[in-house]
Write a protein that binds this ligand. Structure first.
Ligand SMILES: Cc1ncc(COP(=O)(O)O)c(C=O)c1O
Length: 474
């Protein structure tokens, strides 16, 4: 059979609350044109993030009943530790409540003022947790990453030449560790190849610098290695995962993505002494080392999720879903980043809204227009999220203003994506009516979560904020 179907049946359903366009116009204005400020029940299709939004399986719910809630030494911890050892190959497990807690623990211990931490492209919380130490998070994405439309399959690679130069220039004294994000969320979910990961690992080793992977979407990255990297096609994703983790000294994991859970994360490393130090800090803020800010049942669900995410059937379906949405948008001439990754489809807002200047925040404006049109919640990945500094000519893909349509795992069906495609096509047809935005309020860091915006005074029929058009809506 050629048709790829969802490799699951649906046992529980969650009703969607429908709003009309006029209501959405009011909701947007009240939220200061920031979709993070909108209530979930005011959203029809929520593509804000793929993080913590997975549907859990019947096996995960069953495992939850097995959760051992003992304060110390719970069985659930040892089961998860065994699973992490099998898949990731690291001996020491430090559970945390989510990825950024892993970042804070790790960087508090390893990074000091004036340090430099290279990566393919740091995720925003990673960057913030490095910069709060007075250090600098340095993005060295490969050159190919800046061409959003090319077919190059590994735009998540790190620029090895730039790394070599960087390591020679600054050395071990200023570089406490190297990071690499798989897949590269801030770079449109593009994967890094096994060859690139191995070469980066070798360069770091030559300089005696530790290497940690941000493994939030490791299974998706490994599936794309299987799809595109010479020599990897016939291999199980699990074997490819073992190969990438063998290159590293450890990993930081937000299990809210490829752990298929709604909350959870961990640090996994081989260095026993470092693990002991991290556990001491863990006790201060997260909890006892065998639960680390999570319930025993969360640890159980994570252990099952880490196994399920490596299912080839699941990953094939995940690829089919992302491709379906990507092709549907392209059929309406909507410019997207190609090739599509697995966790999201990214619209190039600058290309879609050429009438808006960069300072008029085309990504945020497009995200608001999609909400207004169809109650779809997407996320700006660009100048609002990363700030102007990251948009300098050296800023990698962050220099583009993108809108990310993130795909929650096992949640939406093909008809939901048809609806998204129709709404995006409607916006595209009237794209010159989409008004720009300006920031009216913003915090010092991670501004995209809480900033407020207002529409710029443009053409009288401008789409985002002020007019109620006759376009049909649910
Ligand atoms: C690549 C990457 N690293 C780290 C994080 C932070 O994880 P968390 O949201 O669990 O704190 C995220 C979250 O989206 C991410 O995408």
């Amino acid at each position: 059979m050629k048709t790829i179907i969802e490799p699951f049946r649906i046992k529980t359903v969650e009703p969607i609350n429908f709003t009309d366009r006029q209501q959405r116009q009011q909701i947007l204005a009240k939220a200061g044109y920031n979709l993070f400020r909108i209530k979930a029940r005011e959203v029809i299709i929520d593509l804000l993030t793929d993080s913590g939004t997975s549907a859990m399986s019947s096996e995960q719910w069953a495992a939850i009943m097995r959760g051992d809630e003992s304060y110390a030494g719970c069985e659930s911890f040892y089961r998860l530790q065994e699973k992490v050892r099998q898949i990731f190959g690291f001996r020491e497990l430090i559970p945390v409540h989510q990825g950024r807690a892993a970042e804070r623990l790790m960087f508090t211990r390893l990074v000091k003022e004036g340090d430099l931490v290279p990566s393919n492209t740091h995720f925003d919380t990673t960057r913030a947790n490095i910069e709060v130490r007075g250090a600098c998070a340095v993005d060295l994405p490969c050159q190919e990453a800046s061409d959003l439309q090319s077919a190059y399959p590994f735009k998540g690679n790190i620029d090895l030449e730039a790394v070599e130069k960087f390591l020679q220039e600054h050395g071990k004294e200023r570089i406490p560790l190297g990071m690499l994000v798989v897949s590269n969320n801030a770079c449109a979910g593009q994967p890094a190849s096994l060859a690139n990961i191995s070469a980066y690992s070798r360069l770091l080793k030559e300089h005696n610098i530790k290497f940690y992977l941000d493994a939030a979407r490791f299974a998706e990255n490994c599936y794309m290695i299987k799809e595109h990297e010479p020599g990897q096609a016939g291999r199980p994703v699990r074997a490819i995962a073992a190969d990438i983790f063998r290159q590293a000294d450890g990993c930081l994991m937000s299990a809210k993505k490829d752990g298929l859970v709604n909350m959870g994360g961990f640090i996994a490393i081989n260095d026993g002494a470092l693990a002991e130090e991290l556990r001491q800090s863990l006790i201060l803020t997260e909890g006892f080392p065998t639960y680390g800010g999570l319930s025993g049942r969360d640890l159980e669900a994570m252990a099952v999720g880490l196994e399920e995410v490596l299912s080839e059937n699941y990953l094939r379906y995940r690829r089919a879903a992302a491709d379906y949405l990507a092709r549907g948008l392209q059929a309406h001439d909507i410019p997207i980043v190609t090739p599509a990754g697995l966790h999201a489809v990214y619209i190039d807002a600058t290309a879609m809204l050429p009438h808006l200047k960069a300072g008029e925040l085309p990504g945020q404006a497009l995200a608001c227009a999609l909400y207004l049109e169809g109650g779809i919640r997407a996320c700006e990945i660009g100048r609002v999220m990363f700030g102007e500094a990251a948009l300098s000519p050296d800023g990698g893909t962050a220099r583009h203003d993108l809108v990310r349509l993130a795909l929650p795992r096992r949640v939406y069906s093909q008809s939901h994506y048809d609806y998204v495609i129709e709404a995006a096509a409607n916006v595209y047809k009237r794209r010159e009516q989409v008004a720009g935005l300006r920031i009216t309020e913003q915090p010092a860091a991670l501004r995209h979560f809480t900033a407020r915006f207002e529409p710029l005074p443009v053409a009288p029929s401008a789409g985002v904020p002020r007019t109620v058009s006759a376009s049909p809506s649910p």
